[in-house]
Design a protein around this ligand. Structure first.
Ligand code: G3P
Ligand code: CA
Length: 342
């Protein structure tokens, strides 16, 4: 599988999270998520920072640096999210990155799992963090998919296991690329250190085949402090006020896209090489546009939009200049890239 490095938005200088899944089964988006060094302040408050130079260097100039196909929770449109079949299908579909949400078990093991509760995607109940790994391994994390999506059902999905991050690294190794989210850090406290240690143990920080993303700025800052060679992506989720139409970022990371100043971008650029915005709010309002994408690119950021499953939307976003798309259907994005000759 080809290696892909963040295309370093510095496009201009160097070269260069959502739309509702049609299959909303993915329990998608920030609300269900309940979603970089000592330089958290610019040395000079008037100074404007672009994403750190070392990140730009690391993430630019790769031979395959076309738009990134990011398999959201694996190829989760085709197989139960975050399980072995979903990862294998993502690889079969030549996704550039396997996106995985990471949480912690009661006994402190990092596992690939999206929701805070296990009810939707397993035959168990309760919070994932209230269960030990042994307990979670007893669960069936595959059959729900067959019931929810009979058109994609496969008997082999039955009994699919919740996977540890280490199992995934061990199974797929350095030949794949992992786009890991520190999820729900208000319950998964201090997950950053074991995650970074595991990445370092496998040498994936040096190999350049891991990105870490989060809605939680403090989590990304922790990672950056632990290992500043791991590229980071700040996920963003803007809520739309029903009455006024005003946009407010869920965790107060930024103002509305159109109001973001150079300084707002610079603050993110102190730790992150990219941003991960969504396209649509639940009511269908589009929260970003081409102007915003171009602005973010000019400010030096990669722009990876989540979660896009319609080919028409993929074309539109690529026309705007996004550098990657999270999708449950990597095969659809590959079709789009083929059509565009990219
Ligand atoms: O990580 C990008 C996107 O996955 C964020 O939404 O809820 O699917 O983790 P969610
Ligand atoms: Ca995610």
């Amino acid at each position: 599988m080809k290696k892909y490095y963040l295309t370093a938005a510095a496009a201009i200088f160097l070269a260069g999270c959502g739309a509702e899944s049609e299959d909303a089964a993915n329990g998608n988006d920030a609300e269900t998520n309940n979603t970089v060094e000592e330089n958290t302040e610019a040395d000079n408050e008037n100074e404007v920072n672009e994403p750190e130079e070392d990140l730009n260097e690391e993430t630019s100039g790769d031979e395959d640096s076309g738009p990134a196909v990011i398999a959201h929770r694996g190829a989760s449109g085709h197989a139960p999210e975050q399980t072995m079949p979903a990862i294998e299908k993502a690889i079969d579909m030549d996704a550039d990155w396997i996106e995985l949400d990471i949480q912690m078990t009661a006994d402190g093991v990092l596992v690939a799992f999206h929701d805070d509760d296990i009810d939707r995607t397993t035959d168990g109940e309760g919070e994932i963090g209230a269960h030990t790994l042994d307990e979670l391994k007893e669960l069936d994390a595959g059959s729900w998919f067959n019931e929810e999506y009979p058109e994609y059902a496969d008997e082999s999905f039955e009994g699919a296991e919740i996977l540890t991050l280490e199992e995934i690294f061990e199974t797929f190794g350095e030949s794949e690329n992992y786009y890991l989210e520190t999820k729900s850090t208000y319950i998964n406290e201090d997950m950053e250190e074991p995650m970074v240690e595991l990445i370092e143990e496998y040498g994936f920080d040096e190999a350049g085949n891991v990105i870490i993303q989060s809605f939680h700025q403090d989590s990304l800052e922790k990672v950056h402090e632990l290992n500043d060679s791991i590229p980071l992506v700040q996920l963003l989720w803007w809520e739309v006020d029903e009455e006024t139409g005003d946009l407010e970022e869920w965790l107060g990371i930024t103002p509305a896209p159109e109001d973001m100043t150079e300084e707002d971008f610079a603050e993110i650029g102190e730790y992150a090489a990219g941003i991960g915005p969504h396209l649509e709010y639940y009511d269908g309002t589009e929260v970003i546009d081409e102007v915003f994408v171009q602005r973010a690119r000019e400010e030096g950021f990669d722009v990876h939009v989540y979660t896009i499953n319609e080919e028409e939307e993929m074309h539109r976003l690529l026309d705007w200049g996004v550098t990657g798309i999270f999708t449950d259907f990597p095969d659809r994005m590959q079709n789009v890239l083929d059509e565009r000759g990219e």
